[in-house]
Design a protein around this ligand. Structure first.
Ligand code: FAD
Length: 317
């Protein structure tokens, strides 16, 4: 039976994997993260014996299609805020954790190259703990896995580009046409509730979105946990600024808050898609390589789900 490798275990990779598994295919997922989920993520911490958590990536999910709505129900997502908004319980990461159940996931593996050819692709990957973002790859000898009949790459296009440079050089221009905005996200915890609205999406200024994460269902309410996201233009202008300078500047743009128990800034180099590819996925039948991700369709989690399933359908055809 043919083996299929999926690089990336975000929502698109998981959706692709499940659709292939449901058709009896043998699938192996590789992800550099410690668990599945990618941008559907929950960060946990502790301060003064209080357990803290924030959904620091996707804030809430909406379903336009019946299949994604069914998936949200299957994963126990609960309504939050305005009608039609859903979140994972007790955190956004519970969704990908549920989806990954029973799948062969190799976590903590940073894939650095595709070698071989159609029908016999080999994946070369490093222990992700050795790879520093923005630094050259370490000299360590990568591990090899394979052979795989086909490979699905479900990474943001800039990250996919180096993997397809040799096997599919013709795709470079297509990938370069896609634009994804970065996002600085500040995770803040307070003992007392700041005098802020439950959610806020200002029209102007550095802040793009503010949310009281601890108001989501199933969260520990021992502390006030808030997510403050910078808008795309501010995030881009300050992308390389030191992380410790971000939170004070975003807090200064809000009404005064009590002293924080904890403040952390997280840099997402790829957050919401600004210019998508405009096709559900890319599939190269001769090479038996495909690409999927939210960036194919739109900047929402449901687009990642649709794209991953479209790639599975192309692979099966
Ligand atoms: C700050 C922020 C806010 C958002 N808000 C919302 C929202 O409110 N609603 C909504 O619907 N969507 C939102 N989104 C978008 C949503 O999170 C994405 O559309 C969706 O999660 C994308 O899934 P994906 O599988 O396409 O990509 P990703 O989730 O990015 O998955 C890619 C995976 O590839 C892995 N990877 C990358 N390189 C390698 C490598 N070389 N080797 C191995 N693994 C690798 C990564 O670890 C990651 O797990 C938000 C995103 C961000 C960042």
């Amino acid at each position: 039976m043919s083996r299929i490798a999926i690089i990336g275990a975000g929502l698109s990779g998981l959706a692709c994997a499940r659709a292939l598994r449901d058709e009896g295919r043998e699938v192996t997922l590789f992800d550099k993260g410690r668990a599945a989920g990618g941008r559907l993520a929950t960060r946990r911490a502790e301060a003064g014996r209080r357990r803290l958590q924030w959904d620091h990536g996707a804030q809430y999910l909406t379903a336009r299609g019946a299949d994604f709505a069914a998936l949200l129900a299957e994963c126990g997502a609960a309504p939050w805020g305005e009608p039609g908004r859903f979140v994972g319980v007790p955190g956004m990461s519970s969704l990908p954790r549920t989806l990954a159940t029973g799948l062969d996931l190799r976590a903590g593996r940073h894939v650095v190259a595709l070698e071989g050819g159609p029908g016999a692709w080999m994946l070369r990957h490093l222990d992700a703990a050795l790879v520093r973002p923005g630094q050259p790859l370490p000299a360590a000898e990568p591990h090899s896995d394979g052979p795989f009949d086909s490979v699905a790459i479900t990474l943001p296009p800039a990250q996919a580009a180096s993997l397809i440079a040799r096997p599919a050089p013709g795709l470079r221009q297509r990938l370069e046409s896609v634009a994804i905005a970065p996002c600085w996200a500040v995770l803040a915890a307070f003992a007392e509730r700041p005098d802020w609205p439950e959610t806020l999406r200002p029209e102007a200024g550095p802040i793009g979105w503010l949310a009281r994460d601890s108001s989501k269902p199933g969260r520990d309410t021992a502390a006030e946990c808030w997510v403050i996201q910078a808008g795309p233009d501010w995030s881009l202008a300050h992308l390389e600024d030191p992380a410790e300078t971000i939170a004070p500047r975003l807090l200064a743009a809000l009404p005064p808050a009590p002293p924080p128990l904890l403040l952390k800034a997280h840099r997402w180099r790829y957050s919401l898609v600004r210019a998508p590819l405009g096709e559900p996925c890319l599939w190269l039948p001769a090479a038996r390589i495909g690409l999927a991700g939210d960036w194919c369709l739109a900047g929402r989690a449901e687009a990642a789900f649709d794209s991953g399933r479209a790639l599975a359908a192309a692979l099966l055809a």
